[in-house]
Ligand binder design. Sequence first.
Ligand code: NAD
Length: 465
Amino acid sequence: MKKITEICCIGAGYVGGPTMSVIAHKCPEINVTVVDINQERIDQWNQANLDDLPIYEPGLKEIVAQSRGKNLFFSTEIDKAIDKAQMIFISVNTPTKTYGKGKGQAADLKYIELCARNIARVAKDDKIVVEKSTLPVRTAQAIKNILQNTGNEVNFEILSNPEFLAEGTAINDLLNADRVLIGGDETSSGQIAKDALSAIYEHWLPKDRILQTNVWSSELSKLVANAFLAQRVSSINSVSALCETTDANVQEVARAIGFDSRIGPKFLQSSVGFGGSCFQKDILNLVYIARSYGLNEVADYWNQVILINDYQKRRFADNIVTTLYNTVSGKKILFYGWAFKKDTNDTRESAAIYVADALLEEKAEIFVYDPKVSEKQIYSDLDYLNTREPSENRRLLKVIKDPIEASKDAHAIAILTEWDEFKDYDWEKIFDAMLKPAFVFDGRRLLDSKKMKEIGFKYYKIGQS
Ligand code: NAD
């Protein structure tokens, strides 16, 4: 079996950074170099102050501290790292296309292609190339075509090794992965490559959790896994709307059905809607692939998961407007949370962005507090929607540092992220500071209804009347 001593990972983002930090930590005999075209991001990874890493994940800074500068390196010298490595992970972004064929649905593979061309240009000896990014099924064929037509006699093995970590729990997910999936060619050289990658994970995971498949099953499994997870969220969210009109309680329903071992209790938490960089993008991609093979019923089935998610976000914003006497114009609404979930600073596709956008259309004055998301990021998320002028976004929405002080004269508070600290706030003090009636719209089902109502709040919780 080929012994790997030098790894390169292209892409120092939410996946590349934490994944490679864990590999370096668990495999001290392997040098791991994470490269990126984004100089600012690499500089942040190399910051002396570990609180300034570009990504916030519980447990990440401790792991980086142990390996950085020993066998874990962050660099913009991409060619040099490719040249040295026996194994190259591609962990670049694969966003939804915003132009041309497949616009709004297909994955944009331009960054993947650039990586493949870069590897093809630089490689002088045999390499194992690992797709870590989430890719449409059959992308490995395109990568192979690019790599094998360079005429430089280098042999490339392409593996698919999709990442299943969830942001907010990335380090724990990597250290205790339910499973690792490795797809590769069913040839003897393909098997050697799969075993070489498997040997890395075997440093800390039992062998029976490392699944080997053909490359197409592996690529497709990642899209399907995300589609199933998102489908559960949309399923319970669709039920939440029904609960609100029938006096049923979504949490009680979730608990009752979750006791059935065929259904199981996990991922049945109703909310204002799923966000994050992956669920929507990967389902849209699945829908696009199904449609491109003429499987329209399959495409429509999965597309419904997205439609319910959009409905849930819209419903939450509409409820705020309706409850506040059909107008929020000029009213102060405080947002607790902007990240798409707790324990991450990632805001991609966060429900908060869309709820804010809908309320700004109604001329609300929004004040946002999030413990980990920067002001720059919040404005950039809103400006990206292009609904109104950036100056108007800055006039109507303010980013604040003190969530308690900001409650003064607020008409309503909307909870958009389930940060633990919100549970510990002095809600009586907040109530006293707010205008009356004081409204709280809990999009994360975070707070205790009974207590909130006892304090005097008009308290609305998703999935409960
Ligand atoms: P990200 O945007 O955080 O990071 C990608 C990085 O790649 C960026 O820093 C970018 O500058 C860099 N990059 C792009 N093109 C490059 C090039 N040609 N050369 C060098 N660097 C380049 O993205 P992410 O969240 O880490 O996601 C990466 C992939 O992993 C995506 O396909 C995503 O779907 C998948 N994934 C993400 C998650 C998640 O939770 N974020 C989980 C599982 C899988």
